[in-house]
Ligand binder design. Structure first.
Ligand code: ZN
Length: 128
């Protein structure tokens, strides 16, 4: 797996992406294992979107620690506990989030109640 290459290619990505589970923007890079949220350990994998500038980030809650701030991504039989989103842009211009959803939303007949941290109504107050 070329995860290390991917990280270098999207060097600015992890300055942009917040953890959808707990809202942290600090990421820990573990060589050969991937990139994990420094707060709740949700794993983040970056991919190249076809035909667009930017990146696709996929988040996996199978690694998420149970901590107070974290609302783990719901698990599905088919996909596991995944959510993904697409950010458009470049490192120099900056990235904008284009879409984001939990895989659970794509399972037939299932309405996901999980929201990424930025869409939750109760915003955790920022500690100064
Ligand atoms: Zn997190």
């Amino acid at each position: 797996m070329a995860i290390v290459d991917t990280e270098e290619r999207y060097a600015g990505a992890f300055d942009t992406v917040k953890c959808p589970v707990c809202g942290s923007d600090e990421w820990t890079h573990l060589v050969y294992q991937g990139v994990f949220c420094a707060t709740c350990n949700t794993r983040c994998t970056l991919r190249e979107p076809s035909g667009d500038q930017g990146f696709i980030a996929e988040f996996d809650s199978q690694y998420t620690w149970s901590i107070e701030e974290a609302e783990p991504i719901p698990e599905t039989d088919e996909y596991g506990a995944l959510a993904s989103g697409k950010w458009l842009g470049t490192e120099s211009r900056g990235y904008d989030r284009y879409w984001f959803s939990a895989y659970e939303d794509h399972v037939d007949g299932h309405e996901s109640e999980w929201e990424p941290v930025w869409d939750r109504e109760t915003v955790t107050p920022e500690a100064d």
